[in-house]
Design a protein around this ligand. Structure first.
Ligand code: ZN
Length: 154
């Protein structure tokens, strides 16, 4: 026999990689307004969204935590020409969370009004508002996705 059976490989992966936080759990928490991450018990780095190993040291000793949802806009882009199923204009941003990780999300802001008023976004403090549900499409097999939705902190 050449190679291995798929069940054998899946069993090995199940034993090798224990997922302390699965994506489905992360999505469900985000829908309820909770941003979960994983804290490395070896080096202290917080990883978000979840991975099976620490993104700094590779440790598998990861403990689920809830992030406080507060951070700072590090970069952003305004989407004026959107893929099918999305309603432009909208803002996609990268936020450095207080706990350390940079995560992509949406910014809940009226783009046209903000552009008219000359609102500055780089470095602005934001907080999690909840989860923005993105509709499923032909590229996701009609499976909806959830991304963090931020709002400007006053
Ligand atoms: Zn680590």
């Amino acid at each position: 026999m050449v190679g291995r059976e798929i069940e054998e490989v899946l069993n090995e992966m199940e034993k090798e990689y224990k997922y302390p936080l699965k994506y489905v759990e992360w999505f469900e928490a985000l829908k309820k307004g909770k941003l979960l991450g994983l804290k490395c018990e070896d080096c202290g780095r917080v990883t978000c969204p979840p991975f099976s190993v620490c993104q700094k040291c590779g440790s598998k000793k990861l403990k689920p935590i809830e992030l406080n949802g507060k951070g700072e806009i590090m970069t952003f882009t305004v989407i004026h020409t959107a893929p099918e199923g999305f309603n432009p204009p909208y803002i996609v941003c990268y936020v450095k969370m207080n706990e350390g990780p940079w995560i992509p999300g949406r910014l809940d802001l009226n783009v046209e009004a903000a552009e008219k008023e000359g609102v500055k976004l780089l470095g602005r403090k934001v907080e999690l508002k909840g989860g923005a549900i993105l509709p499923g499409d032909r590229h996701t097999g009609n499976v909806e996705r959830v991304v963090p939705l931020f709002k400007l902190a006053e």
